[in-house]
Design a protein around this ligand. Structure first.
Ligand code: DX5
Ligand code: ZN
Length: 568
């Protein structure tokens, strides 16, 4: 779950001010995911435009930097030298394109400026220059440290943290380091000093992507076991999946509670994560994709999807085990079907059960309320700490929905709305759609798992997706009901990106294979779309060449075996 202790911040501040004063702010899970996406999209445009730059590190660190800038750190893009700000030291400075995009999407400068990356006279050079009022044309607001030669940033962070402590200031200092960079001895000197001075206002995050300039870290200078090393240097260490924003938020919140010790977050990441042929591939450390591929790469980055198993499906076993089973399979969220026996002819569980399940996992909770009077009960589901709360259009009118939406937004929770197979999007929803994060287009009549998918909803899903986006919808279409490895590609093509899977996962004895099959089908649907796009813009051959090792496993389903084989 995503929230800071509620007494610390109120989300309302955001909606009212409109200007970006980020003060340790709880951003909605799906909104943070959207921001991370934007960061990658601006970074790749800058790198492709420049014809050089570091996509690998920009992408492995995207969630780390986004979670800090959009969720955790106190900073103010309108006042980059604000005295009470938290500091971010990017010690692995070659991740500059990703760092610049994070600053731009935060509001420090217009994101379009990313397209001047590495150009003569641009403020966005290959490695960042610390911001100063005296050299406004050559430095970027928000940049705290001039990086380049690695191994130094942590020492700078130690200095700032120690000075803040000596001045009795509350600023926190965050330093991002690399695992290749950890070959540098200075890092370990700084590490000892931080422990010596009990710098509990210092948090270092290790972007553990296991690749450095010339290969895999464990081949060049093994760093494993990284966690034990930092613990041995008297740091409090947390280890997370560095692409799971909910885990990063969890670790950063725990770090704020640590006393008398500096904190290290070992974030296990994938270099180039987000673009499948760049992922975990050393050649994309410092190489730019061809500019003509940019539109296809942007479509891939926009195509992120989520698998959300519905725990009411399958055998009657305890929900905790069901959640743990799919968490092990790396699903993105848990779908919680709340049924009151009135709105639908079935009862499942209510907010108290969700509250209990909240302790089992940090995975985002996607609550689907099939209840008669959602406004009356909305606070119970907010208190139960769901990340997404979707109510049915058939169970509320405009006034009720707007109240529900406002309460969710104020609590940093994504509001969603669901429509049954025979229901169209109500006209009253359009003025409020820009603040709706999820629209469920039901493909069964609600009430039970294990029902047959209704293909007649597909054309509706296509037109709903189109019309909502025309009215400013920036969220996700969720497909719910009868989704399995046969129907998933169909709803994928119709625009859905959140896939609820009940029977397809829990009706299957082997949950592992079931999840892999769904991911495989989503991957085939994605590759088909990207291939079609590359064909439309006349770069099919070039794209297939760059993508060859990714396409091979899907060649027969895509019908491209001979074509792929011919590409050398
Ligand atoms: C139905 C629920 C669905 C259902 C999904 O009312 O909203 O989430 O549990 O289960 P499957 O995937 O089996 O249709
Ligand atoms: Zn559902």
């Amino acid at each position: 779950m995503f929230l800071f202790p509620l007494e610390q911040v109120t989300a309302a501040a955001w909606a009212v001010t409109g200007s970006v004063i980020i003060m340790g702010f709880n951003m909605r899970y799906l909104e943070l995911k959207r921001k991370v996406r934007e960061v990658r999209m601006w970074a790749i445009q800058g790198i492709a435009e420049a014809g050089s730059g570091h996509p690998g590190a920009s992408f492995s660190a995207a969630e780390i930097m986004s979670t800090l800038y959009f969720h955790k750190m106190r900073h103010n893009p309108k006042d980059p030298l604000w005295q009470a700000r938290d500091y971010f030291i990017n010690s692995k400075a070659h991740s500059a394109p990703g760092y610049y995009s994070t600053l731009a999407v935060s509001g420090y400068f217009p994101p379009e400026e990313l397209k001047t990356l590495r150009k003569l006279g641009s403020r966005l050079q290959g490695h960042p220059v610390r911001y100063s009022e005296h050299q406004k044309d050559h430095s970027l607001p928000g940049v705290e440290y001039s990086g380049g030669s690695e191994g130094i940033g942590l020492s700078v962070g130690v200095g700032i943290a120690l000075a803040s402590k000596m001045d009795g200031k509350k600023n926190r200092v965050y330093v991002m380091i690399g695992d290749g960079e950890s070959n540098e001895g200075q890092i370990w000197e700084a590490s000892m000093a931080a422990a010596k001075f009990k710098l509990d206002n210092l948090v270092a995050v290790l972007d553990r992507n296991r690749i450095q300039q010339d290969g895999f870290t464990e081949d060049i200078m093994p760093l494993d076991p990284a966690k034990n090393k930092w613990e041995a240097f008297n740091w409090q260490v947390f280890e997370v999946d560095g692409h799971r924003v909910e885990q990063l938020v969890d670790a950063l919140n725990k770090a704020s509670q640590v006393r008398d010790k500096p904190v290290m977050i070992v974030a296990n990441t994938v270099k180039g994560n987000g673009i499948r042929h760049m992922a975990n591939n050393p050649q994309w450390h410092g190489k730019a994709p061809s500019k003509k591929q940019t539109p296809v790469l942007l479509e891939e980055l926009e195509s992120e999807y989520f698998i959300a198993p519905s725990i009411i499906a399958g055998e009657k076993e305890n929900y905790e085990d069901k959640i743990r089973k799919v968490e092990r399979e790396g699903v993105e969220m848990i779908h919680l079907d709340v049924m009151d026996g009135k709105f639908v002819p079935n009862t499942t569980f209510l907010a108290d059960t969700i509250k209990r399940l909240r302790r089992v996992t940090a995975l985002p909770f996607d609550a689907h309320l099939m209840i008669e009077n959602p406004l009356k009960h909305i606070d119970e589901y907010i208190d139960a700490r769901c990340d997404i709360i979707t109510v049915h259009a058939e169970a509320c009118d405009e006034d009720k929905f707007v109240q529900i939406q406002d309460r969710c937004l104020a609590a940093g929770i994504s509001p969603g709305i669901a429509i049954n197979p025979k229901t169209d999007v109500p006209e009253w929803l359009y003025p409020h759609i820009s603040n709706v994060d999820v629209v469920i287009v039901m493909s069964v009549n609600p009430g039970f798992a294990g029902q047959k998918f209704m293909p007649e909803v597909l054309p509706k899903m296509v037109s709903v997706n189109k019309k909502l986006r025309e009215h400013g919808f920036r969220g996700y279409i969720e497909a719910d009901g009868g989704i399995d490895s046969t129907t998933l590609p169909q709803v994928y093509d119709a625009g859905a990106r959140i896939f609820v899977a009940g029977n397809a996962v829990y009706g299957n004895v082997d949950v592992h294979t079931a999840v892999i099959q769904l991911r495989h089908k989503a991957a085939v649907a994605l590759e088909r779309k990207l291939l079609d796009h590359s064909t439309r813009i006349g770069i099919r051959g070039d794209w297939m060449k760059a993508r060859k090792h990714i396409l091979i496993p899907y060649a027969s389903e895509l019908g491209i075996e001979a074509e792929l084989h011919a590409i050398k």
